[in-house]
Design a protein around this ligand. Structure first.
Ligand code: FES
Ligand code: FES
Length: 175
């Protein structure tokens, strides 16, 4: 089938198999940030935005994206750059394989809810699995980023400093 969509702001036309998944399509078009983790819709590593809504590209047929807009981390760098440094600073990534999916979902969360509570963060990102860490670093990084925004006069009424237990609690809920 022929397909036409906008990938990271660029119009792409291609001829694809009907059963091709969006994950394979975006990687075929050099969006290598999108990772194949479980390939069964369970880990969140393959998350991309479809018309601004995060979807699991491993279980989204590319036909569903026909005529629509797809954004991967490659197309979200401006928004993502704002908090990527906080992730590194907290040592939140080890192998880094889960990072792109986590970051795309975080961009989606902050667009939808610029001032999330701890519970809202945990719930929104619960589908993003990380095999290396206890999630504490990611959560702390996101909270520190929000705290920083607060200092510069933006939103964040839920500023808080995290302890070890929060990371464990998040992991248990997330897995
Ligand atoms: S690779 Fe898509 S959810 Fe795991
Ligand atoms: S840092 Fe390795 S899977 Fe998350």
């Amino acid at each position: 089938m022929d397909i036409k969509l906008t990938l990271n702001g660029k119009i792409i036309t291609d001829s694809v198999d009907c059963d091709m998944m969006l994950l394979d399509f975006v990687r075929r078009h050099k969006c290598y940030s999108v990772k194949r983790g479980c390939d069964t819709g369970n880990c969140g590593l393959c998350t991309v935005m479809l018309d601004d809504v995060p979807v699991l590209s491993c279980s989204t047929p590319v036909g569903r994206a026909n005529g629509r807009r797809v954004d991967t981390l490659e197309g979200l760098t401006k928004e993502a750059d704002e908090f990527i440094g906080f992730i590194a600073e907290q040592g939140a990534d080890q192998c880094g394989f889960c990072n792109p999916g986590f970051i795309v979902n975080t961009v989606a969360l902050l667009r939808e809810n610029p001032d999330p509570t701890d519970e809202e963060i945990k719930q929104y990102l619960a589908g993003n699995l990380c095999r290396c860490t206890g999630y504490q670093g990611q959560l702390r990084a996101l909270r520190n980023f929000l705290n920083q925004r607060n200092k510069s006069g933006e939103l964040n009424t839920h500023a808080k400093v995290y302890g070890e237990d929060i990371g464990r609690e998040w992991k248990n809920e997330g897995v």
